[in-house]
Design a protein around this ligand. Structure first.
Ligand SMILES: [Zn+2]
Length: 246
């Protein structure tokens, strides 16, 4: 008889990385997806998560409303403050304060509840500029969370968790796209990457859209995403187009 798969709680934003992460984990885990509505300007990603939940094989999918975070984050970052301009290259204004600590803590609370031993998020090697995407961070958080449940773990009332990410496995966004495309085919193109909220199409010019486009180019998979500004990639890298307000 086949061994039962481990349970994994997956931070499932509806973005490309979270979708491809499901392909990466599915062979060894049954997947419980959690999507956060945290006041982000890109509401499309929550809709994409709901659309894709079944396709990627989530056993259960929760959407959690933590929209109050928008007012706590105030003017710290461009993703929850729609009045700020979206940059087309990495800038610290894209970093939402300890966003992954917030997401992973809530995801871990659910993991302890359902006895999942894995908590996973889509950080990959290209996310290095984001401190809370680095393996050093996720390992420290994992240790802190298990310490916070240490007595429960010792007495077998809880199971210790491990936080996994493609970054921890040394995998790039292009590596993950290949896995996602192999598992889910064209469905991965309906994953949402764009930071903007004003359009039904990806803008094609914000930092996240550029990362998506570059990763498809690198993976040699034809990118069927429809972009509002599909300027040649190389030109955009040397001369980034300023991205307007939503
Ligand atoms: Zn965009």
């Amino acid at each position: 008889m086949a061994r039962a798969k481990r349970k994994a709680v997956v931070v499932f934003s509806g973005g490309l990385d979270s979708v491809c992460l499901c392909a990466h984990l599915a062979p060894s885990h049954s997947l419980y997806g959690i999507t956060f509505s945290y006041g982000q300007r890109a509401a499309q990603e929550v809709r994409a998560a709901k659309r894709l939940a079944r396709k990627v094989g989530l056993v259960e999918h929760r959407t959690v409303d933590i929209g109050f975070m928008r007012s706590l984050y105030a003017k710290t970052n461009v993703l929850t403050d729609p009045k700020k301009r979206l940059p087309s290259a990495f800038d610290y204004s894209i970093v939402v304060p300890v966003r992954n600590a917030v997401f992973l803590s809530i995801a871990s609370a659910w993991a302890y509840t359902i006895g999942a031993q894995t908590v996973a998020y889509g950080a990959h090697t290209g996310d290095e500029p984001y401190p809370d995407c680095r393996p050093a961070f996720s390992q420290a958080l994992e240790a802190a969370l298990n310490l916070g449940e240490s007595d429960g773990i010792r007495s077998h009332k809880r199971r210790a968790i491990t936080i996994l990410s493609p970054a921890k496995d040394g995998l790039s966004k292009a590596d993950m796209i290949k896995k996602g495309y192999r598992a889910f085919g064209d469905a991965i193109f309906s994953a949402w990457s764009c930071y903007s909220s004003s359009t039904r199409l990806h803008c094609g010019a914000c930092e996240s859209c550029l990362n998506r486009r570059a990763a498809f180019a690198k993976s040699k998979i034809q990118d069927k995403t429809k972009y509002r500004e599909p300027a040649p990639l190389r030109k955009m890298y040397t001369c980034p187009i300023p991205v307007g307000l939503d």
